[in-house]
Design a protein. Structure first.
Length: 74
């Protein structure tokens, strides 16, 4: 009677290990995908902030250069 019981336990253990390995693979894939998505979002945010900063520089420097232009004309 021990043979079939041991075989059943071994099969059950192997199935559990296989399921666990599959779950680990899914979790690892999900983490990598989330990391890539977060990196892409960070890159987009940095580009957006750089554009905003550049537009702020243009807006700030324009009145100053216009002011200098007016001074030079007088």
């Amino acid at each position: 009677m021990e043979g079939p019981v041991v075989k059943r336990q071994a099969i059950s253990t192997l199935r559990s290990m296989q399921t666990f390995a599959h779950l680990q693979t899914q979790i690892r894939s999900r983490r990598l995908r989330m990391l890539e998505e977060n990196q892409a979002l960070q890159k987009q945010l940095l580009q957006k902030h750089a554009k905003e900063l550049e537009s702020t520089r243009v807006c700030v420097s324009f009145p100053f250069t216009y002011f200098l232009f007016l001074i030079l004309l007088t």
